[in-house]
Write a protein that binds this ligand. Structure first.
Ligand code: FEO
Length: 169
């Protein structure tokens, strides 16, 4: 594998685990203020991010790349209000999209078609993740300022299905 592509993918393993840690911190914040539906939603999101990290790690292993697992940075959990984690999540997803795009660009430049094909799934997934987070912000803006609306939105988010392989049975 091209050295730069491999280095970017290795770094992305850490970035995806950081995403999991970040969303776990958001989940923890919401559970702490009794918004358990929001807590659940981000807990599911954290599990998905772990799966993203594992997909990339496995891909590197399958291509005989040695990966060193680096330290995961502590997430910032200093929120001004209940909407702040949502806007932080969207900003983070846009950042992750830019990282995936950068790896794709590099892989394409050195004719690494296998990595491009591998990344296709992530390109589609980023579109979905940005949309899910934007939708959540829109719902919060519509209903979140009213206590009854917030109660109902919280109940709706509690129903988010966890389809990850690591979901509790
Ligand atoms: Fe793995 Fe939400 O990007």
């Amino acid at each position: 594998m091209n050295e730069k592509v491999a280095a970017l993918l290795k770094d992305q393993v850490n970035k995806e685990f950081y995403s999991a840690y970040l969303y776990l911190a958001f989940s923890n914040y919401y559970y702490g203020v009794s918004l358990d539906g929001f807590g659940h939603w981000f807990e599911v999101q954290a599990r998905e991010e772990q799966e993203h990290a594992m997909k990339i790690l496995k891909y590197l292993q399958d291509n005989n790349e040695k990966v060193t697992l680096e330290a995961i940075a502590a997430p910032n959990v200093d929120f001004s209000d209940h909407k702040a984690p949502l806007t932080a999540a969207l900003k983070h997803e846009q950042y992750v999209t830019s990282l995936i795009n950068a790896i794709y660009r590099e892989a394409r430049q050195c004719d690494d078609f296998r990595t491009c094909q591998f990344l296709d799934w992530f390109i589609a997934e980023q579109g979905e993740e940005e949309k899910n987070t934007s939708d959540l912000i829109a719902k919060f803006e519509l209903f979140g300022s009213d206590t009854k609306g917030l109660y109902l939105l919280n109940a709706e988010l509690n129903g988010r299905a966890d389809t990850s392989a690591t979901a509790e049975a």
